[in-house]
Design a protein around this ligand. Structure first.
Ligand code: FES
Length: 311
């Protein structure tokens, strides 16, 4: 496992009643640099368990003295976002995994179309800092609920002016109009729920966009389920994965480390061979054929008596 970082919460503020922003400064030394679109995993000790939730860095990548994240309180939270909203205070220390980027800006793009829904705005805050420095052509389409999920709206209005398009329920987003007749070299980036990502991909494909110009990052967090038994074929260990625990977290709790980045079933890092059992896959990475042999322990769960893994 890569080394973790200790940071202090130097500021915390509510951006909306649902979104809390944290400014994090290093406890010692310097913070590793990051590129726009990066995220960190925040390690959250909840009782006897440690959750690791991934949050996009919203701060300017050129600022090396702090990181900033914004956390939406999730109604179906397993406790991570609630802990960050209700327990963590200024002066507290948090543990992070170093930044990783699964949603980088394209360096050769001539135009950037950003589409965000709700808390999906977070990676684009870092994008905008970078794009402003490049003096790049950019427009942002922001779907949000006024007063609830419209974090950073005032600053976006100031920074983008007429290049900001807000869809607050009164006005609907028109994807064919946004994606139609764009010059070669335009890239579109979407961050939001799976449904929005799928719509953007579908319209882009229908309008002839090459897949290499369509980028997305899904909201991704393991969803709870029912408890199940797990057997590790190589070590012979058996364990129970609790209802509100991911398979990956259960492995980490007994000291079995599996490479991981997104912890949401999209990056492919945690791919693990399974030895059968009834599996609910829940990932967005494996093909149906591959699922017969592998699973992604960050999101997949057993739904039968016992699942076995080649670990
Ligand atoms: S950590 Fe990314 S797919 Fe599991």
């Amino acid at each position: 496992m890569s080394a973790t970082l200790k940071v202090k919460v130097s500021e915390a503020r509510m951006l909306t009643p649902l979104v809390r922003e944290f400014t994090l400064t290093p406890c010692t030394g310097r913070l590793p640099g990051f590129s726009a679109g990066s995220h960190v995993q925040v390690h959250l000790p909840l009782g006897e368990r440690t959750l690791r939730n991934a949050y996009s860095l919203t701060s300017d990548p050129a600022q090396h003295d702090h990181y900033r994240i914004a956390v939406r309180l999730q109604s179906d939270s397993r406790g991570g976002s609630r802990h960050l909203h209700e327990q963590v205070q200024v002066g507290d220390t948090l543990t992070l995994s170093p930044p990783a980027n699964l949603f980088a800006l394209h360096s050769q793009a001539s135009q950037h179309i950003l589409i965000a829904a709700g808390i999906g705005i977070t990676p684009f805050m870092a994008y905008l800092s970078e794009l402003e420095k490049r003096n790049a052509a950019v427009e942002l389409h922001y779907l949000c609920r006024p007063g609830l999920s419209d974090a950073y709206l005032a600053t976006l209005q100031q920074r983008l002016g007429a290049r900001l398009y807000v869809y607050d329920g009164q006005r609907r987003i028109d994807l064919p109009a946004i994606l139609g007749n764009r010059p070669l070299g335009t890239h579109v980036y979407t961050c939001g729920p799976q449904r929005l990502l799928a719509d953007v991909q579908e319209y882009a494909r229908a309008l002839g966009w090459p897949a290499s110009r369509v980028h997305h990052e899904a909201f991704s967090a393991p969803q709870p389920g029912t408890p199940f038994e797990l057997e590790l074929l190589r070590s012979g260990k058996r364990l129970t994965v609790a209802a509100d625990q991911s398979l990956l977290e259960a492995l980490e709790a007994i000291g079995v480390e599996v490479p991981n980045l997104c912890r949401g079933g999209v990056c492919g890092q945690c791919i693990t061979r399974h030895g059968g059992g009834d599996i609910e896959h829940r990932d967005h990475f494996l093909t149906r054929n591959e699922q017969a042999e592998f699973l992604m322990p960050c999101v997949s769960r057993g739904c039968g008596p016992c699942v076995s893994l080649d670990l």
